[in-house]
Design a protein around this ligand. Structure first.
Ligand code: NDP
Ligand code: MG
Length: 400
């Protein structure tokens, strides 16, 4: 399926105008013989998407958040590209026959339908959109199994774990594994005095010390909800219980995660913090291909340090563990409440320290249910969004 010897891999890139989208196109452009771009998608960024289509020449493009527009369609046609409109088109391109592999890089719950459609169509699925798996873990993994899809993690920690796990018959196994350790940088506020967190701005929260990412995941990194989502992601990807998934703070972001075996051996994956490394791993798998990332110079890095996370500073991490234990739709509620709270924080309304409060209250207020069917998951998502919005209104009313 992959490799120039068997013809180029038909690739669909969901979320092409984002940060993961840019890194993916950078890697793909280095290997023009290996990949044939079938479709690039964006939500509303029409001009940036058109520019990408002119440069990378996909067959089709999707603007999921825009209504039909003939003039726009004509501009894309001039770039040799058929333009589709609306969210349904995301699922269409992700499941299309000419598509072998899908990079799922839409941010948030909005990515679930198309990511799930790719899994159900048995595609090779490169998963960056962790929120989709967090929301719908059981049904997502069932779809992957039943359709025979290949799931390759893009999140740097999960990609690292995947690389450190024993491989058997082309798949990662848990043979001899005691637990996994997910590393976390601790974000921009790892050492900020607790009393100052109250007043941090979106700009400060988005200034990650090691990674350049989209705004939502940057805020998630600052609250460490990103690591919480990643613990849930790991739980489903690798089939491990929460007790076997530990988080360790590693401010240099060089060790991307580790696997501990029953004999006491610990295997880690290291690289410079550059998302092109896991992207190239998953694009090339099982081959290794050039990513464009700088070679790691350990002498220049000097020190690699580790510490335990401070749960008083990062309550969101604890909330994620609680959601795994609660099971069912609790992770979907956690994710939806977090999306609403982060959006409100980015809009300059909600305080940084209230993000965890909104999530905790939403988890307490929204009744649990089964996450085995998509309807139950979407219903929990909608109820959590309402609960979170009400909680935010109350908090803002109190503050006024
Ligand atoms: P960005 O915000 O940079 O990009 C998001 C992409 O999704 C854009 O193409 C955007 O289109 C599109 N999009 C936004 N909203 C919708 C919607 N409602 N429907 C369809 N498409 C939409 O995000 P990132 O690239 O940072 O992150 C993408 C995913 O990858 C996230 O799930 C994140 O957690 C994960 N990830 C990211 C990492 C990183 O380094 N950035 C690392 C690990 C995981 P438009 O431009 O039109 O808004
Ligand atoms: Mg990550």
């Amino acid at each position: 399926m992959n490799g120039a010897a068997r013809g180029p891999l038909g690739l669909v890139l969901l979320g092409a105008t984002g940060s993961i989208g840019a890194s993916t196109l950078d890697v793909v452009a280095r290997h023009a013989d290996r990949y044939a771009l079938q479709a690039l998608t964006a939500h509303t960024s029409a001009d940036p998407l058109l520019e990408l289509c002119r440069r990378h020449r996909p067959r089709r493009a999707v603007l999921s958040g825009c209504a039909e527009d003939k003039a726009l369609r004509a501009r894309f046609a001039e770039a040799g590209c058929e333009l589709l409109f609306g969210a349904g088109a995301l699922e269409e391109v992700a499941a299309a026959p000419g598509c072998d592999a899908v990079m799922a890089a839409i941010v948030g719950a909005a990515g679930l339908p198309a990511t799930l459609a790719a899994a159900r169509a048995g595609k090779r699925l490169l998963l960056a959109n962790k929120e989709a798996l967090v929301m719908a873990g059981p049904l997502f993994m069932r779809a992957v199994r039943e359709a025979g899809a290949t799931l390759l993690p893009i999140d740097s920690e999960h990609n690292a774990v995947f690389q450190c796990l024993p491989q058997h018959g082309g798949a990662a196994t848990l043979r001899g594994v005691r637990r996994i350790l997910l590393t976390a940088s601790g974000g921009p506020f790892r050492a900020t005095p607790l009393e100052q967190l109250h007043d941090v701005t979106p700009q400060q929260a988005c200034a990650h010390p090691n990674w350049v990412m989209g705004r939502k995941i940057s805020v998630d990194s600052a609250t460490m909800m990103n690591k919480g989502l990643e613990v849930i992601e790991a739980r489903w990807l690798f089939g491990l219980p929460a007790e076997a998934i530990e988080v360790v703070i590693h401010p240099q972001s060089i060790v991307h995660s580790l696997v501990e075996y029953v004999d006491g051996s610990v295997i880690a994956q290291l690289s410079n913090p550059d998302m092109r490394v896991p992207i190239a791993h998953a694009l090339g798998f099982p081959d290794r291909i050039e990513s464009g990332a700088r070679a790691l110079d350990l002498g220049a890095v000097g020190q690699l340090t580790f510490e335990r996370p401070d749960l008083a500073r990062f309550p969101c991490l604890q909330l994620a563990y609680s959601a795994i234990l609660a099971g069912g739709t609790a992770p979907a509620v956690l994710n939806a409440a977090n999306e609403v709270a982060v959006e409100s924080f980015l809009a300059g309304r909600l305080r940084f320290t209230a993000i965890g409060q909104v999530i905790e209250e939403s988890l307490a207020r929204v009744a649990g249910g089964s996450a085995e069917a998509i309807e139950g998951v979407l219903d929990a998502d909608a109820r959590a969004r309402r609960a979170a919005a009400q909680c935010i209104s109350r908090l803002l009313g109190q503050a006024a």
